[in-house]
Design a protein around this ligand. Sequence first.
Ligand code: AMP
Ligand code: FE
Ligand code: FE
Ligand code: ZN
Length: 285
Amino acid sequence: MAVRGRFDLHTHSTVSDGTEASAEVVRQAAAAGLAGLALTDHDSTAGWADASEAARRAGIDLLPGVELSTRLGWRSVHVLGYLVDPADPALAAETERIRVSRRDRARRIVEAIAADYPITWDDVLAQTSAGATVGRPHIADALVALGIESDRSAAFAGVLHPRRGYVEPHHAPLPADGVRLIRGAGGVPVLAHPGATRADWVIPEEDVAALVDAGLFGIEADHPENTRDGGVRAHGLAARFGLPVTGSSDYHGSGKPNRLGARTTAPEVVDRILEQATGSAPILA
Ligand code: AMP
Ligand code: FE
Ligand code: FE
Ligand code: ZN
């Protein structure tokens, strides 16, 4: 296996909090001149079938994936899993549990906001595709539709900011357990965007060591939301543990400014992912 060209290994569709259907994300990636992409919706593989068909038609490589929501204390830690077996019982059960907990949590957040602003759960459902992994972005979209906030980013900085007191956490496994779940499902785990948050919000180095012990493959050190120091820190982590670096856009359609291909992954690293994955097959053009 030897792939060539530019690969964007982190994108979202309406199956989670992206604004375009998974097939449309694939078509946009092909139109952007990428050789390949990974579809990595939060805690769901429901977009894989449509994305795969679109990839075959568009003649672009696709690595089906997932972005697993994990948590270490109060820190939210995302772990990308490439080419997992979507039917793996342990992974399927855990992602289902996270999605159910996310929905319950979103309802509670909306109830809390409704004490101060005119918003209902139906307003949020109106912004959410059937079966989608519900998150704060959908509540943000409802706040925008109601004229309470001007756009998603304003909503995250406003009503949905933790200091406003409405937001609460959902169920999430420990990051090391997330890495083991992904490996157990034949997938290849990569620590998502560790450079995209303030230094004191990032998973500490000794905890990354535990992820490496659990089977972590790589670090998503190239990310458009990296802070000034965050990118350097993330590359330092990869060097410290001798892990491959990935790059990606974390595309959310119009839900974030991140553009497809804003950061990309070297084909040599994609080859190593393809070599290690046993959970499902990529679509190769
Ligand atoms: P949640 O997992 O429900 O707490 O929501 C967090 C998700 O919201 C992240 O995975 C991002 O995809 C998205 N997000 C975070 N900050 C922003 C922002 N400022 N604008 C748009 N989307 C954001
Ligand atoms: Fe997201
Ligand atoms: Fe993420
Ligand atoms: Zn993401």
